[in-house]
Design a protein around this ligand. Structure first.
Ligand code: PGA
Length: 247
């Protein structure tokens, strides 16, 4: 199981220390925290053994004249190990295309980071019955650019846009349906990669709904926004992942 904390544009050095002091890790759940990029190094330096850190987005080049961008190689140099790519807030607010997201996933691996590649449909796409087609298109772009066996070292985050920060969670059945669909797409290229890859759910995951979501066969953890800012709430989600006993 993999449980990730997406802090978005929240946090401070003081918050990192308070969070780390209150966090309860467990042996069988990988935990990654994504603070704002400027704080990744601070988190790495004070993280207890087993707590991983990463960046919420990366540039596509290793270095060069790209003002404001941060390369995966630079994140790796300060001890980060993961990167979120393709979060819907970036797809929508920064107009990131499927192809750019796929290029970022590939750049993450080039620089030594594991990406969590986010996919997910908007409310209007779901209401029009297009959710499977949208996610299929988003994932196909990634599979075009990244070897499926490499991708298996990273993760897919299924985050229905209508469930992010809204308090509306996908039902466990809705999430499971999409996770199984994603796994089948990966299995069509490599059954081994489909077994290995972690497909995590994101969208209003909270301590009181985490266990139910994580019990679904194809849900391998969570990508948590709002509820990841408080060590207590986030730790409760980590222990819910542990309690389902999938390892
Ligand atoms: P949320 O955010 O848990 O606040 O809905 C999830 C995310 O955007 O990754």
């Amino acid at each position: 199981m993999l449980v990730a904390a997406n802090w978005k544009m929240h946090g401070s050095k003081a918050h990192i220390h308070e969070f780390v002091d209150g966090l309860r890790l467990v042996e069988d759940v990988d935990v990654v925290v994504f603070p704002p990029s400027v704080f990744v190094q601070e988190l790495v330096q004070c993280a207890p053994a087993g707590l991983l850190s990463g960046i919420q987005d990366i540039g596509i080049q290793p270095q060069g004249a790209h003002t404001g961008e941060v390369a995966a190689e630079m994140v790796a140099e300060v001890g980060g190990t993961w990167s979120i790519v393709g979060h819907s807030e970036r797809r929508i607010m920064q107009a990131e295309t499927d192809d750019l997201v796929a290029t970022k996933a590939s750049a993450a691996f080039r620089g030594g980071l594991r990406p969590i590649v986010c996919v997910g449909e908007t409310l209007s796409e779901r209401e029009a019955g297009h959710e499977l087609a949208v996610v299929e298109r988003q994932l196909a772009a990634v599979l075009d650019r990244v070897d499926v066996n490499d991708l298996a070292e990273g993760a897919i985050g299924y985050e229905p846009v209508w469930a992010i920060g809204t308090g509306k969670t996908a039902t466990p059945a809705q999430a499971q349906e999409m996770h199984a669909f994603i796994r089948a797409q990966i299995a069509a290229e490599s059954p081994r990669a489909a077994d290995a890859i972690r497909i995590v759910y994101g969208g209003s995951v909270k301590p009181d709904n985490a266990a139910e979501l994580f019990s679904e066969a194809d849900i391998d953890g969570g990508l948590v926004g709002g509820a990841s800012l408080k060590a207590d709430e986030f730790s409760a989600i980590v222990s819910a992942a542990d309690a389902v006993g999938k390892g």
